[in-house]
Design a protein around this ligand. Structure first.
Ligand code: BDR
Ligand code: CA
Length: 313
């Protein structure tokens, strides 16, 4: 059983990742959801995850985190997610539930300190909360089994030619996390593109219940940029680390020393995966697992099956 905390900035793909995890209660227990600014303002991210929980009649604690990157200006992703962070699902009703009374990093610290077993953190947004958690409370690092994060890239980019949005949004936070002793699995852009969903499958999707209805609405909005790019498929980025928990065997991973670029004019936020051999790099301490590829058909099959499972509940 994976006991996880999700830290994210929902966000269409963040919400779909949350729902894929929810569809597998025998394999994944979600202890809490902490929000961070990224795709939208942090208050909107919290609202989005609360209203989706109401839609399914569930109550997982939501604690709100940072509303700014550590040092940089905000770069919200309204062009992909709309100003609310979750446009395209107008039938979702604003929740009356409130976020927890504590800041996300206090809430995370409490859960980790109280937990007898180690916990996995699955990150789907900028790493601001995680960086501040381990900087402020380094004693909890030992309680974190590993960080499985959507972010970074081997060579592809989206925010910049070679930088991925979550890292680019708060590179200083990412550097703190990558330089820490945390064990990290990096689900970077390559693995997300490898698991892309075909637009044809989205068009042909017939809603049969609440989950597939929400899925169709979210994907119809979210896939607009793929049509504009003339793609025949679309990566559902944040689902990748959850899929890795469920089906690690469908991924190909490699290990690298990874550094985060915090100065580059063209490469700010790039996760530089060092491919040099032992002559140049005799010792690699705490190498990162970098997901490089995955079986697209298996990914897609499990993705859609998860929503059909939720329909049947
Ligand atoms: C990441 O950026 C966000 O827009 C998505 O939610 C995902 O976490 C992809 O680069
Ligand atoms: Ca995200």
């Amino acid at each position: 059983m994976h006991r996880i905390i999700i830290d994210g900035d929902p966000g269409h793909d963040d919400i779909l990742a949350f729902l894929v995890a929810l569809a597998h209660p025998e394999e994944i227990e979600i202890l809490a959801y902490t929000t961070v600014v990224g795709n939208a303002r942090v208050e909107d991210c919290s609202r989005n995850v609360l209203k989706v929980q109401d839609y399914f009649g569930i109550q997982i604690p939501v604690a709100q985190g940072y509303d700014q990157p550590l040092t940089r200006e905000l770069h919200l992703a309204g062009q992909f997610h709309g100003p609310s962070g979750l446009d395209g699902a107008p039938f979702l009703i604003p929740s009356k539930r409130k976020v927890e009374g504590k800041h996300a990093i206090e809430y995370l610290k409490d859960i980790l300190e109280k937990s007898e077993q180690k916990v996995e953190i699955v990150s789907m947004g900028p790493l601001t909360n995680i960086a501040m958690l381990i900087k402020t409370y380094p004693q909890v690092i030992d309680k974190i089994e590993r960080l499985i994060m959507m972010g970074g890239c081997f060579s592809l980019g989206n925010a910049l030619a070679k930088s991925e949005f979550n890292i680019f949004h708060d590179p200083e936070a990412a550097k703190i996390v990558f330089d820490s002793p945390l064990k990290i699995v990096m689900a970077g852009i390559e693995s997300c593109f490898a698991g892309s969903i075909l637009l044809k499958d989205i068009e042909e999707l017939k809603p049969e219940g609440r989950a597939t209805y929400l899925l169709k609405s979210i994907l119809t909005f979210y896939s607009q940029y793929a049509y504009k790019n003339n793609w025949d498929r679309i990566p559902i980025f944040d689902v990748t680390p959850i899929m890795y928990l469920l089906k690690p065997e469908i991924f190909r991973e490699e290990e690298y020393h990874v550094e985060v670029e915090i100065k580059g004019e063209l490469t700010l936020g790039m996760t530089v995966c060092d491919q040099r051999g032992p002559v140049y790099l005799p010792v690699v301490e705490n190498p990162k697992k970098v997901l490089m590829d995955c079986d697209r058909e298996e990914f897609s099959r499990e993705f859609f099956a998860s929503f059909r499972r939720l329909d049947e509940r």
